[in-house]
Design a protein around this ligand. Sequence first.
Ligand SMILES: C[S@@+](CC[C@H](N)C(=O)[O-])C[C@H]1O[C@@H](n2cnc3c(N)ncnc32)[C@H](O)[C@@H]1O
Length: 243
Amino acid sequence: MSFGWHRIWKDQFVSSLNPGLTADASAPLQRILDVAGGTGDVAFRMLRQAHVVNQNPDTKVVISDINSAMLAVGRQRAQSLLPASQQAALSFLEADATNFCCPEGNALVDSSSIDLYTVAFGIRNFTDIPAALREAYRVLRPGGIFACLEFSKIASADKNPAAAIFDAAYKRWSFSAIPMIGQLVAGDRDSYQYLVESIERFPNQEEFRDMIVDAGFVVGGHGYENLTGGIAAIHRGMKPIDA
Ligand SMILES: C[S@@+](CC[C@H](N)C(=O)[O-])C[C@H]1O[C@@H](n2cnc3c(N)ncnc32)[C@H](O)[C@@H]1O
């Protein structure tokens, strides 16, 4: 549906985070939690960037998802796509990102234990986004980074006549064509109808940036980077060093 753009966005997301490159060369361990990681698309890219491009085999990635079937596919894909060294640096966690605590109250992910928290095309689906942001803040160490890749909107600050035309054309395309193509290709109109409606419901770039700030993160500049005219956006926040 994205004409392959999602792959380019994921590549850009990962290269902008540049996992594996640590400021302190004497402490190369980097612990990454890829939330709503699904079948591993983003996690595999991060492992490659860290281990191969940045030559840092001490980078570990946990793929976390609420759906055990997605994680099972992720495990299979890891076995067939990743070299043994990267497989050894990867683990899987079935958990709800809005609450990483198991019923007994023991945290599935310890407080201040993560250097980089990523979530790609997942947070839009969470029932309680502020709760997920609070959990992200809890599990990140001071100085740790929250990074989100998500479908977005042409935010009001970016509105100009050309952008408004693009926005209108994109909305028209997404609401009429995407559910129809979903029906034709996958025999599933409802899921694709949900997709476009969930994108429309999700806050715009400034609103989402403000939610990230409300959770306690500090952001640099605008706090986000638009991709393909705002169809998607990368948001980033840092847990304050003195938190
Ligand atoms: C569209 S997939 C994105 C997968 C992957 N991040 C990617 O970009 O390819 C959305 C994922 O969010 C997961 N998800 C939805 N609600 C969740 C929650 N509350 N906690 C954790 N994962 C959740 C779904 O199971 C699904 O795997």
